[in-house]
Design a protein around this ligand. Structure first.
Ligand code: COA
Length: 219
């Protein structure tokens, strides 16, 4: 099963969106937040966003394909070199974050989104950073190094650009990110049983990774 890392093209956006949805099939938080799954309108919005991102010089869309299986997409990632945020930008981002997914349970998602936006604002302030916006491997390709190929690309870019990486990890991604040298900053943790039929605890963790020369440069 030879796997190859490539840049995504606009034509890949539909397959990438389907891959994203499939990769989350066992995600307990998403099952509660999207009780009827993601709407076609939301998936179309993801496709449109990915197509636009291909032309954006500050966004990097990558895929790993299985060359033994007609170049089927096994995994994909979106990295973004963010702009410097003003206080007004932060306010706008917080307000807009929920609007993207009208079918989601906003009573649950709203709590998480508010925490995510506030954490990012506190940690990153007005500096630019490198963000892993999405990382997904198809279930049948997981634990075969696909995610690591996409992550290795980002870590090399981080060293070259000399900016911190910020990301929000799912429960499932947490072990993966620790293995790749990320440090936990804070977390949002919830008892899922408060939202039947949810069960057990669930966490989204905010993590960063600094380029090797960063501490020396900024001190
Ligand atoms: C997180 C995810 C991207 C990892 O992708 P992957 O292609 O399976 O990752 P790799 O095969 O490169 O894993 C490398 C190492 O990370 C760690 N790792 C990967 N998945 C893990 C998991 N579910 N639990 C604990 N550690 C894990 C392991 O140490 C693994 O090495 P090993 O298999 O030799 O033990 C994938 O599980 C996924 O798409 N999950 C659903 C979507 C999601 O939650 N994405 C993260 C968004 S923040």
């Amino acid at each position: 099963m030879p796997l190859e890392l490539r840049l995504m093209a606009k034509d890949d956006a539909q397959e990438a969106a389907a891959l994203l949805v499939a990769s989350y099939e066992n995600n307990a938080f998403r099952a509660i937040v999207y009780p009827n799954g993601m709407s076609k309108a939301s998936i179309d919005k993801i496709v449109e966003g990915r197509q636009k991102a291909v032309d954006d010089p500050d966004k990097y869309l990558l895929k790993v394909v299985d060359t033994d299986n007609s170049d089927k997409m096994a995994g994909c990632a979106v990295w973004e070199y963010t702009k410097a945020m003003t206080d007004e930008d932060w306010e706008r981002a917080r307000n807009e974050a929920l609007d993207s997914y009208p079918e989601a349970r906003h009573d649950i998602l709203g709590e998480f989104v508010a925490k995510e936006q506030d954490s990012k604002r506190r940690i990153m302030g007005h500096t630019r950073w490198f963000e892993l916006v999405a990382l997904n491997t198809l279930p049948q390709y997981q634990r075969r190094g696909v995610g690591s190929m996409l992550m290795k690309w980002g870590i090399e870019k981080l060293e070259e650009m000399n900016f911190p990486i910020f990301l929000v990890s799912t429960d499932q991604g947490y072990g993966f990110y620790l293995k790749h040298g990320f440090k936990e900053i804070e977390r949002w943790e919830a008892d899922m049983s408060q939202w039947p039929p949810g069960q057990g605890m669930y966490k989204n963790v905010f993590l960063t990774r600094m380029p090797s020369g960063y501490a020396a440069r900024s001190s």
